[in-house]
Design a protein. Sequence first.
Length: 242
Amino acid sequence: MSTPEAEVGQPGSASLIDPTYWWYRARSQLLEAVHGAFLGNPHRALDVGSADGPSVGWMAGPYLQVTLDIYAAGLVPGQSVRGSATALPFASNTFDVVSAFDVVEHCADDELAVNELVRVLAPGGRLLLSVPAYQWAWSDHDVRAGHHRRYTKPQIRELVEATGLRIERSSHAFGAVFPFFLAERAGRRFLGRSGAETRLTPVPGAMEKVLLGLCAMESRYLRRFDLGFGSSVLVAATKLHE
């Protein structure tokens, strides 16, 4: 299945339309399964690009949490900042954890974006990322969602390692529903989806249960093992002490 898009006239994440959509609920489980061990006990954490937040509730804790998004919709007064991932309005070495889930692919200059995320990360801090996988899976969805590219696991690892960070873990995700993703992308190419089709793809209740059940099984697997395929790539890395 594809990542949902925002509606025309509603820039930003489509989770603002329906934060209970199955993909967001599943992503929350998968992100926690891979990244949860690297969250630690931060004093300050920054989440970039998901101020609407349905996939980061698992990060909640007794510490300062700042959310940032380029769009105002979903920002929370006193907790959120409007700004760009490529020009973060924070001093260097500020945050113990910086997360950016499905953000870097939206940046024309992904190297600049990752360097900014690392700049505001304190030495010893953890960077938590997710990006869409496989350029061969590019479709009209990516165009409407504002993506510039999709990644292989080696590509996103190389981008992160070029900043001097040490990769702690990298894994694909959404592997359990990968056959559905492949079928959906094939259908897009065969049927020629309209560029005006931007709402969340309706999923029947029975199918939603199947998708969520498969992702729940995968999340249990990812707590112990990495996955070699899937429509997303997740990376956790540490900023070495300067």
